[in-house]
Design a protein around this ligand. Structure first.
Ligand SMILES: Cc1cc2nc3c(=O)[nH]c(=O)nc-3n(C[C@H](O)[C@H](O)[C@H](O)COP(=O)(O)OP(=O)(O)OC[C@H]3O[C@@H](n4cnc5c(N)ncnc54)[C@H](O)[C@@H]3O)c2cc1C
Length: 507
């Protein structure tokens, strides 16, 4: 039987990012995935701002931007539209939609300090999920992560001292197990963790298809009495939702006939589809969340912990956020410096964020219904409310993931504005950015005092100290980008010491 410190089940984006976070801190990690090769099905087409910032903090932004350039080169006649949305220098640019209402950059109020704090990768990145996975797989390879493909997890035995997984390649034992094995997680089911939520009312498809003549399809988002469809930006890409229960056999591959029937039904255009590139994806708005993210030595992360419709493009981002939050905490536990209760904050911090995303997607599905009343509601939401700049700013900020907020009030002065929020684009007087100092996954303490008064000693293995005298608050930023202390007054040293003890295990 093989033994390691952490087993990660699933080499999707969540599992790979998490494995990298563990390996970055010297933790022995083995990733098991049942697929012999990465899944090339078309899924997410972009990552949001919070995720792009996670990649930036690990030095992966150049690779992600290169992937984005390849994507832009592939979008053919839709390219100019996407390119235009990407230009704009030091403006916050938003790419995305709410229930099909595209974000309108002309309406965004650039003076909004929330958006301004996240301009470095303002509109997120137009990077297909396969490219994200490939980039993370390369990152893992550089860090020496042991990724075993073609190994299917069948069962789990979790004890007080260790956890063993039964697989198609024998048994593997570890101190900890992370189930990142997707929405139908075998591990979640075996542990009997309740998966509470709502049943689906719509079925959707996404594919890149060959059309005999697609001229009747409108580019962008179109609502119809039977649902909604989006055509483009990649040539031949069709995304649609219709309000029918899912087919009996949810595992069967989507045939050309099934896709064509759905496209005709929703679009009302008698298209003929002659082929599908790769495999089409079939999805629903099945929306559920695990009641617990931890059971003893086992954690759930990503789709294994929550499923929802892809409307508004949040799932991959939620999974990366889970992985970033859990990674350093689990590594700290394995390395032996984790303060008491640190691991429990994974569930208390991430579960509410997951619940909010589930509701965000439910609201969008509700707005897509084809009935007369919903059509009138859409006219008010899209035609009235989202024409107001303040509303556009708010919806863009929510969709971008930059409003995620953590309750760190036990050690912080919450009056210090950024405490509990995600550090975005923090520029330092040295010409570097905060993200440049976070590549090795340590806490970053930015000391803006003129005399370096917040310097700490004895924590170099987990904290990077950056002296940066400036007329701005000093900041303590966790490895996952959350600001847990900001200087604001007389109690600064006391609160900093408390934050270092609470999060970084300072004695
Ligand atoms: C059509 C569509 C569009 C989407 N668009 C977006 C978008 O724009 N933005 C966004 O953020 N998200 C989007 N998503 C959601 C996103 O694809 C998922 O949320 C994301 O893949 C979740 O990542 P994960 O790593 O948690 O799970 P997965 O990607 O499902 O990875 C799980 C991995 O576990 C492996 N596995 C499963 N069972 C076992 C087992 N028993 N043993 C071993 N390995 C196993 C699988 O092979 C897989 O590699 C979209 C999804 C769909 C379907």
């Amino acid at each position: 039987m093989e033994r390691t410190e952490v087993i990660v089940a699933g080499a999707g984006p969540t599992g790979l990012f998490l494995a990298g976070e563990l390996a970055l801190r010297g933790v022995g990690v083995t990733v098991l995935d049942r697929l012999p090769e990465p899944d090339l099905n078309i899924k997410a087409g972009s990552v949001n701002v919070a995720s792009a910032e996670l990649l930036d903090r690990r030095g992966l932004l150049p690779a992600a931007e290169a992937a984005q350039r390849r994507f832009l080169a592939s979008v053919g006649k839709f390219g100019p539209t996407v390119e235009a949305a990407k230009r704009g220098g030091r403006r916050f640019l938003a790419a995305g939609h709410f229930a099909g209402f595209l974000f309108d950059n002309d309406l965004i109020d650039q003076s909004d300090p929330v958006l301004a704090a996240h301009r470095a990768v303002s509109n997120g990145l137009g990077v297909p999920q396969q490219e994200v996975e490939q980039m993370l797989a390369e990152h893992c390879a550089q860090l020496g992560v042991d990724v075993r493909r073609g190994v299917e997890v069948h069962g789990v035995r979790a004890g007080d001292e260790a956890v063993t997984v039964e697989t198609s390649a024998g048994e593997f034992t570890a101190d900890w197990l992370v189930a990142a094995d997707g929405g139908r997680s075998v591990i979640r089911k075996q542990l009997g963790i309740e998966f509470d939520g709502t049943d689906p009312e719509m079925t959707g498809y996404q594919a890149i298809a060959d059309f005999e003549d697609a001229s009747g399809l409108r580019p962008g988002w179109t609502w119809t009495p039977n649902g909604v469809y989006a055509y483009g930006p990649v040539p031949g890409r069709i995304f649609l939702s219709r309000f029918r229960k899912p087919p009996q056999d949810r595992d069967a591959a989507v045939s050309v006939e099934e896709l064509q029937e759905a496209v005709r039904d929703v679009t009302g255009v008698p298209v003929t589809i002659t082929g599908i590139h790769g495999r089409a994806t079939r999805f629903t708005d099945h929306t559920r969340q695990a009641r617990h993210y931890r059971r003893g030595r086992v954690f759930l992360a990503g789709d294994a912990a929550h499923v929802h419709s892809p409307l508004g493009g949040q799932g991959l981002n939620l999974g990366l956020g889970d992985a970033a939050n859990l990674g350093w905490k689990l590594a700290a536990t394995v390395r032996g410096w984790a303060p008491a209760g640190l691991l429990d904050t994974y569930e208390t911090e991430r579960r509410p964020i997951g619940a909010a995303v589930l509701d965000w997607t439910r609201a969008q599905v509700a707005l897509l219904r084809g009935d007369e009343r919903t059509e009138q509601l859409r006219k008010i939401v899209g035609g009235e409310l989202l024409r107001v700049p303040a509303a556009m700013n708010r919806i863009v900020a929510l969709s971008s993931g930059i409003l995620q907020h953590y309750d760190v009030s036990d050690t912080a002065d919450t009056a210090a504005a950024p405490v509990g929020s995600i550090a975005g684009d923090v520029e330092l007087t040295s010409g570097t950015r905060l993200a440049d100092h976070a590549h090795d996954g340590r806490f970053v303490l930015v000391d803006r005092s003129p005399d370096g008064r917040f310097a700490v000693s004895g924590l170099a293995d987990r904290l990077a100290y950056v002296a940066d005298p400036a007329d701005e608050p000093s900041l303590l930023v966790r490895p996952d980008g959350v600001i847990v202390w900001a200087s604001s007054g007389d109690d600064d040293q006391k609160l900093l010491d408390a934050a270092l003890a609470r999060w970084a295990g300072a004695k």
